[in-house]
Design a protein around this ligand. Structure first.
Ligand code: A3D
Length: 320
């Protein structure tokens, strides 16, 4: 059987890391696409030249021509600009919306059967716009944010409890922004929910609140340290987890920015919710019960996402 074809739209920091991870994990052949001629070709060649030492079988190609993504099974979109210190994700909206238009049309024309994972910020609005511009089925277009936000939460929790990250599960829902909703009640250490761990005296509510805030600020913390751009190793790894779930029909239950029409009382919008990813793309949105406080945080997050989608409609007439 032929190897899957994975197109990476955007060959910057995340795009290059994605290509390297795909090669190391032998998930498929890679086509790196970018408008900056030389960058995708250079990164593809560089990674291909690591093949003899690593011993992987995966073809690497770089291109500035959408025709080369033809027939891709998966497209991962990072095209656009990242944040610099002092910028919010929402500051990127105008410029990245134009990028989503050209990327959406490129995917529509050359890879209409792909499972598309969007990473470009502001995430929830960009994945919605990308779906609109591409016209692909909703279940085949999804945004990566919840896996990363949950991974950050899990990392901070494992440091607090002094246990392996493997034994910490965590859930972050809502939009990928300051209003994201880390759910303590649904996050556990080896199955013990965080509120119980507070009661057991293993940590305090104050420490837990600080960890939740650090999770919300996780992206800004890295932007502040790097100064020249935003995080890329963990974002790339998170998207690979989603791509692998699709390619291997793993039926993983992962928090993703998915199209929600019905669950959570939402009507046709993209936002971070628990989803099952398998060969059908987003096969299910899992409608979990939220208590009053969680619902209030979720509603606030929904309003923020709706505001960004409205702003997109105000910029591009074809979206209204
Ligand atoms: P960067 O290294 O700048 O790469 C972006 C690439 O996109 C560059 O190589 C550009 O040349 C290319 N590009 C620009 N316009 C186009 C276009 N029209 N078509 C094709 N390629 C184009 O950024 P990065 O890789 O660090 O980040 C990429 C995006 O991911 C940014 O929008 C970040 O804000 C976002 N991001 C999201 C998360 C989430 O968790 C959702 C995390 C980290 C970064």
């Amino acid at each position: 059987m032929a190897r899957p074809k994975i197109a990476l739209i955007g060959a910057g920091q995340i795009g290059g890391t994605l290509a390297h991870l795909i090669a190391l994990k032998e998930l498929g052949d890679v086509v790196l696409f970018d408008i900056a001629d030389g960058t995708p070709q250079g990164k593809a060649l560089d990674i291909a030249e690591s093949g003899p030492s690593e011993g992987f079988d995966a073809n690497m190609a770089g291109t500035t021509d959408y025709a080369d993504i033809a027939g891709a099974d998966v497209c991962i979109v990072t095209a656009g600009v990242p944040r610099k210190p002092g910028m919010s994700r929402d500051d990127l909206l105008g410029i990245n919306l134009k990028v989503m238009k050209s990327v959406g049309e490129g995917i529509r024309d050359h890879a209409p059967n792909a499972f598309v994972i969007c990473i470009t910020n502001p995430l929830d609005a960009m994945v919605w716009a990308l779906r609109e511009f591409s016209g692909l089925p909703h279940e085949k277009v999804v945004g990566m944010a919840g896996v990363l936000d949950s991974a950050r939460f899990r990392h901070f929790l494992s440091l607090e409890f002094g246990v392996s990250m493997r034994d910490v599960t965590a859930f972050v829902l809502g939009g990928h922004g300051d209003t994201m909703v880390p759910l303590a009640r649904y996050s556990t250490v080896a199955g013990i929910p965080l509120p119980d761990l507070v009661q057991m005296g293993w940590t305090t509510q104050e420490k837990l609140d600080a960890i939740i805030q650090r999770t919300r600020d996780g992206g800004a913390e890295i932007v502040g340290l790097l100064k020249t751009g935003s995080a890329f190793y963990a974002p790339a790894t998170s998207a690979i987890e989603m791509a692998e779930a699709y390619l291997k029909d793993q039926k993983r239950l992962l928090p993703c920015a998915a199209y929600v029409d019905g669950p959570f009382g939402l009507k046709g919008m993209y936002v971070g919710v628990p989803t099952v990813i398998g060969a059908g793309g987003i096969e299910k949105v899992v409608d979990i019960k939220l208590n009053k406080d969680e619902q209030a945080m979720f509603d606030k997050s929904i309003d923020a996402v709706k505001g960004l989608v409205q702003a997109c409609k105000g910029i591009d007439d074809s979206l209204s």
